[in-house]
Design a protein around this ligand. Structure first.
Ligand SMILES: [Zn+2]
Ligand SMILES: [Zn+2]
Length: 386
């Protein structure tokens, strides 16, 4: 099954016709990007979007035993949660969460991939591969990374590596030997789980014919990718991506999930590139804590929610209820006004102008032109003149 090159009717719909909410439309703007605009006047306190669950997510390994893999609730005082699927390395806060998760994914083949991944991870020494990567790429390299150079690396995978793996048929061990996996880091392991979770939900979405599901799929396909930006700022990411792809590919080759969905390099690059551009952090939810003191538990992707732009003075607030995200107006919004959220949590917007701009650029690769930033820039100019 291919998941990116579909000619189905719904996939050919324009983004403007994709309306995740009755309150707004997504539009292509004259300044380039896409943005969300109110299609009616919206009173303060209106929930304009509710996302029931993420399409893809992964919990950081440091918190896997304290953060429920189903409801994302975090139990800081707990040594480890009581309910688990140990062979898959998954932990849950209650019998209900465990049962719901099992029920949801029992037919999908997700557990099998998690199990195989865990056993591979356990057998390979978990030393840091950063050094290894740096042998290939010096992060301070002056050689510019181009889209073409990245494409060339992936072409090698497509034209050489995949055929040589496929030739080995059922021999998984020989394939792993080909991979020459000397190390396997926690980050790589977490990313592999993110890919499997994403693929599983894509298969689910593609096999259903409901309009809502088709829209989510279309919104996923249309997500912006930051692949080039991410790799340009840290070149070793490319080698990490190649390695994660290879691990996932071999495991899928020997799993039920792999029979349902083919992980093409194109789909994989979109999963990774859209994660870096669009994912939301899963934060510990104690509202009394300043967000810099809250634990960062993992990342999650909700395609319906990924079209809000950033503003340092946002009119939309985001709250999490379990694994659901709710987007609510925090002021009155007039028709045609842009709806914006704040990237990077509360802290980012409390920073002074320059630090804020820097943080937004380093993490999301854009220069903020929001009302707040423009005003501060104008004020600075005025001060410089006098
Ligand atoms: Zn739970
Ligand atoms: Zn701003």
């Amino acid at each position: 099954m291919t998941m990116l090159d579909d000619s189905e009717e719904l996939l050919s719909l324009e983004l403007e016709q994709m309306r995740p909410s009755q309150y707004y439309t997504i539009k292509q703007t004259s300044w380039g990007g896409r943005a969300v605009f109110a299609s009616v006047d919206i009173p303060r306190g209106t929930a304009v979007l509710r996302c029931k669950e993420p399409m893809a997510y992964s919990i950081n390994l440091d918190f896997k035993k304290e953060c429920c893999h189903y409801c994302f609730n975090y139990f800081a005082d707990e040594k480890s949660l009581k309910y688990k699927i140990i062979e898959c390395d998954l932990w849950f806060c209650s019998k209900e969460c465990l049962n719901s998760y099992e029920e949801k994914y029992k037919e999908t083949g997700l557990f099998e991939t998690f199990k195989k991944l865990k056993s591979l991870f356990s057998t390979i020494q978990k030393k840091n591969s950063q050094k290894l990567y740096n042998c290939f790429f010096d992060d301070n390299t002056s050689v510019p990374i181009t889209k073409l150079a990245i494409d060339e690396m992936w072409n090698k995978i497509n034209n050489k590596w995949i055929p040589s793996v496929d030739k080995l048929g059922h021999n998984k061990n020989k394939k792993l030997k080909l991979l020459n996996l000397e190390c396997f880091t926690e980050q790589e392991y977490t990313e592999c789980r993110y890919v499997f979770q994403c693929l599983t939900n894509l298969v689910k979405i593609c096999s259903k014919t409901s309009e809502v599901q088709a829209k989510v799929r279309k919104l996923f396909v249309e997500l912006q990718s930051n692949e080039l930006e991410t790799i340009t700022s840290s070149p070793h990411e490319l080698l990490m991506h190649l390695k994660i792809f290879q691990i996932c590919y071999i495991i899928l080759n020997h799993s039920k999930l792999g029979q349902k969905a083919k992980l093409s390099t194109k789909l994989f690059r979109h999963i990774m590139g859209s994660e870096s551009a669009n994912s939301f952090g899963i934060w510990e939810m104690d509202e009394n804590l300043e967000s810099e003191d809250r634990e960062f538990l993992g990342t999650s992707l909700y395609p319906e929610a990924s079209y809000f732009n950033h503003s340092c003075f946002p009119n939309i607030s985001r709250t999490r209820e379990g694994s659901s995200l709710i987007f609510t107006t925090n002021m009155e919004v007039k028709e045609n006004e842009q709806l914006c959220i704040q990237y990077g949590g509360i802290v980012a917007c409390k920073l002074p102008f320059e630090a804020r701009q820097r943080q937004l650029y380093e993490k999301w690769y854009f220069k903020c032109l929001c009302v707040s930033c423009e005003q501060e820039k104008a004020k600075k100019r005025l001060v410089q003149k006098t």
